[in-house]
Every structure is written in structure tokens, then in C-alpha cells.
Design a protein around this ligand. Structure first.
Ligand code: IPE
Ligand code: IPE
Ligand code: MG
Length: 240
């Protein structure tokens, strides 16, 4: 029997687009455009590797504080990518989910997001979650708000609140915790990504800027993960 840890869910902070562009004397938005190309190749590679869940951090709740001009280009790029990619993803059997606080998005973007989710709902090759307008603190807070409302309305007893219940109110409900977290771009931080969900995830940091991150770099991360021993608090002798 193989003792390699199972790899079902990969979560990625796609960082470094701005620096990639700056190095080439291009506007930051050119980095975001190039970043989308890298994203397409990585999604394809995950399908090939039979990864079941891929979660990509595309825009954080804190990214709303960036210059308006950059946000506006990013939002246009999201709409453009959805328009051009959803049919191809659907044909590949990809189920799309969007994680994040939607009210701040334009009606147009919300419509594309909903249509993409509806079109791909029953697909099961790969569940691709795009975290947009997402923050880990926001996620936990919205879960708590829903739980409190249920308790006040007597749909739920306070003593029934446990980890599983809270987990099922997070926007990632139904998706197992990530096995492997990858952050590109050299920074070694979580930046308010999946705070609850990453509790026992294996972390991998790459100095490669996201637009340069390719399937070979992904393979390096997978190889690094395969030799890790996940103990979840146990001692080695307890592991089968
Ligand atoms: C990641 O790249 C993309 C988003 C956060 C939208 P950055 O835009 O953060 O690029 P750097 O980190 O400034 O290079
Ligand atoms: C994290 O990158 C968010 C995304 C990649 C979408 P940031 O560039 O926003 O993170 P910080 O500011 O370096 O922590
Ligand atoms: Mg960054």
C-alpha cells in the first residue's frame, strides 16, 4: 500500500501579477492578463492530475482597497474570462463555484457568476472554486451570523453548535479541507484566505510569480507534498 498522502484538494494564492508586470515596465494590469493565461494552464493540469477540488484566490476582501482603476480592470477581466472560458470548462466536466461576498460586484458580473454556477452545477470532474471578494474572517463571521439567526428563531439549539455545524455554514460547505496550499510570488503569509479550512493543510511557497507559474512548477509542489507526513496531532506510530 502506498504511504503517499492523498491529494484531493489544492488551494492556491495566485500572487505576483503586479511585480511580473513591473519587471517588464508594463502596467500592473498586464500582469493580471498574463496571470489569467497561467490560471488556464493550471486548471487544465489539475484536470489531468485528477485533482478533485481546486480553489483559487482571485480577489480578496482587502483588494477592494486597491486603486479604483486596477479594480475596474480586474472586474472587466473576470467578466471577460467567464464569457470566454465557461463553455470550455463545462465541456471538461468542471463544476464552478464562486466564494465571496457578492453584493459589491456589478449586476453584470453577478449574472455571469450565477449562470456559470447553474450551467456547471452537475459536473464532477473537478470542483473549481474561485474566491472573489473573499476573506477568511468574513467567511467565519457570515457563518456565525447565520448560526445566531437560527438559534434566535429556534431552528437550532445552542448546544448543537459544533465544528461540523460551523463548517457547514462556511461558503466552502461540502468541499473537504485543502490538502495542499500553494502561494506563488514569494510572500509567506495566508493573507486572509481560508482561515478555518487551512488548519491542517500542508503549506508550499514558491518564489515564482503567478504569470510564470506553469504545470512544471505545479508538479514540483505536488512532489514536495508527496513526501510529507501528515500527522494531525498524532504520533508517527499511530499512523497506519
Ligand atoms: C495577485 O497579484 C492578484 C490579485 C491580488 C488580484 P498582485 O496584484 O497582488 O501582484 P503583486 O503581489 O503586487 O506582484
Ligand atoms: C492575496 O494577495 C490575494 C490574492 C492573490 C487574490 P495580496 O497581494 O492581496 O496579498 P498581500 O497584500 O501581499 O498580503
Ligand atoms: Mg500581491
Amino acid at each position: 500500500m502506498s504511504n503517499k498522502p492523498a491529494l484531493e484538494h489544492v488551494a492556491i494564492i495566485m500572487d505576483g501579477n503586479g511585480r511580473w508586470a513591473k519587471k517588464r515596465n508594463l502596467p500592473r494590469t498586464a500582469g493580471h492578463r498574463q496571470g489569467i493565461k497561467a490560471t488556464q494552464a493550471i486548471i487544465e493540469a489539475c484536470v489531468q492530475h485528477e485533482i478533485k477540488y481546486l480553489t483559487l484566490f482571485a480577489f480578496s476582501s482587502e483588494n477592494w482597497n486597491r486603486p479604483k482603476s486596477e479594480i475596474s480592470v480586474l472586474m472587466d477581466l473576470f467578466v471577460e474570462s467567464l464569457q470566454s472560458e465557461v463553455d470550455t470548462l463545462n465541456e471538461k466536466g468542471v463544476c464552478l463555484r464562486f466564494l465571496g461576498h457578492r453584493p459589491a460586484f456589478s449586476n453584470g458580473l453577478c449574472k455571469h457568476v450565477q449562470q456559470a454556477e447553474e450551467l456547471t452545477r452537475t459536473n464532477s470532474e473537478l470542483v473549481l472554486s474561485i474566491a472573489m471578494g473573499y476573506g477568511g474572517r468574513w467567511d467565519i463571521l457570515q457563518a456565525v451570523e447565520h448560526i445566531v439567526a437560527d438559534v434566535l428563531d429556534k431552528r437550532l439549539a445552542a448546544e448543537d453548535i459544533d465544528e461540523v455545524l460551523l463548517e457547514n455554514r462556511l461558503v466552502t460547505a461540502g468541499i473537504p479541507a485543502p490538502d495542499l496550499f500553494i502561494r506563488t510570488g514569494g510572500e509567506k503569509r495566508i493573507s486572509n484566505f481560508l482561515l478555518w479550512q487551512l488548519a491542517y493543510t500542508e503549506l508550499y511557497f514558491s518564489d515564482v510569480l503567478w504569470p510564470d507559474f506553469n504545470p512544471q512548477e505545479l508538479e514540483k509542489a505536488f512532489e514536495n507534498y508527496r513526501v510529507r507526513q501528515r500527522r494531525f496531532g498524532l504520533i508517527q506510530e499511530q499512523l497506519v
